[in-house]
Write a protein that binds this ligand. Structure first.
Ligand code: PMP
Length: 339
């Protein structure tokens, strides 16, 4: 029988899908690596299982153990699914600015969620980082994976995402693009692909309010680059250990608005119902491709997650208008016409 022994066996081997409409006017072939096909609907399933299995191998996590992470979203969901398959408990600490849906999703798959105040410094004992560390110290047989600095993160992509892309393009990929948060996706995937083809070009997509682009260009960590932004899962005010700047050739920044509009276009024009940072990746990569891609080039853009988590935000027209992201007031719905 062709069966999976548990849901975690269904992680990876996500499809590459050609983009046909949003790429109008761009030369070469543009393919999307659609990570919402993972069981937790995001790229983060890959690192969840890897961080857990590496902790098992080191002997840090034994049967009946507890996984503790400060996370609001995709990584938590991936850890929770893997924990179910392997018989572990999960406790997630989350800042209270996070939406109720995110807490409900994690609780739905059996995780315990501890809600902590948002407006305290990271080293305050009440912050979600500090509470996670304290729980890890006090609960025996528990691990705190720390996706930012745990190199199992980028190794998961070196071992799975990179080889899958190389295999599925028959080695014809010439350019790779991904949005950057912990840096694990882009660093592990790009390292593998550059080892196969040293001429491969890797583009990192950053957001306004994050430090990566400036750091790549100047080698300086500039606190002036740090300010609030809305896109979730990408951009940082720290330099995580998982970002390997040596395998990222260039960074481009994308606004919250351009990312939101492109995510909506991917849903409506390509049938790819994707998350906000997928819009970041595609908008930035296509802007770059306009001037740089040639007919024989094959660009792969990684799309990290699914659109459901963003229904109340970028897929809600009222929310979009309130944020000044939908300016076309001439747009009429059937309801406007009946009225
Ligand atoms: N987009 C989303 C929605 C994410 O959750 C993440 C993970 N933080 C990323 C992009 C970036 O991936 P990485 O952490 O591997 O850089």
């Amino acid at each position: 029988m062709n069966v999976h022994n548990s849901i975690v066996d269904a992680i990876g081997n996500t499809p590459l899908v050609k983009l046909n409409r949003v790429t109008k006017g761009i030369r070469g072939t543009v393919l999307a690596k659609v990570e919402y096909f993972n069981p937790g609907n995001s790229v983060k399933d890959r690192i969840a299982i890897r961080m857990i299995e590496d902790a098992e191998k080191r002997g840090d996590l034994k049967p009946g153990g507890t996984i503790i992470e400060g996370t609001s979203g995709n990584t938590g969901f991936g850890l929770a699914l893997t924990a179910i398959a392997k018989g572990y408990k999960c406790i997630f600490t989350m800042a209270d600015k996070q939406s109720k849906e995110k807490i409900d999703i994690l609780r739905a798959v059996g995780a315990e969620v501890v809600v902590c105040p948002t407006n305290v410094a990271p080293d305050d004992p009440r912050s979600y980082y500090s509470v996670a560390r304290k729980l890890n110290r006090d609960i025996p047989n528990s691990i705190y994976p720390n996706q930012y600095d745990n190199l199992s993160n980028r190794e998961a992509h070196y071992d799975t995402t990179g080889p899958e892309i190389w295999r599925d393009t028959d080695g014809r990929i010439t350019h790779f693009a991904a949005s950057v948060g912990t840096g694990g996706t882009i660093s592990g995937t790009s390292k593998f692909l550059k080892e196969q083809n040293p001429n491969l070009f890797t583009l990192g997509l950053d957001t306004y309010g994050s430090v990566f682009k400036k750091y790549k260009e100047t080698g300086l960590f500039d606190p002036g680059e740090i300010y609030p932004y809305l896109t979730e899962g990408i951009g940082e005010d720290i330099l995580p250990q998982n970002v390997d700047f040596s395998v990222i050739d260039q960074f481009i920044k994308v606004t919250d608005k351009d990312a939101a509009i492109m995510a909506r276009r991917l849903s409506r024009e390509e049938g790819l119902f994707v998350g906000w940072s997928c819009g970041t990746a595609v908008h930035g990569a296509l802007e770059w491709a306009k001037d740089n891609l040639t007919d024989d080039d094959v660009l792969v853009i990684l799309l990290p997650d699914h659109g459901t988590r963003y229904l109340a935000k970028i897929y809600n027209d009222t929310w979009m208008k309130d944020h000044g992201f939908l300016e076309d007031r001439s747009f009429k719905t059937a309801r406007d016409i009946i009225r």
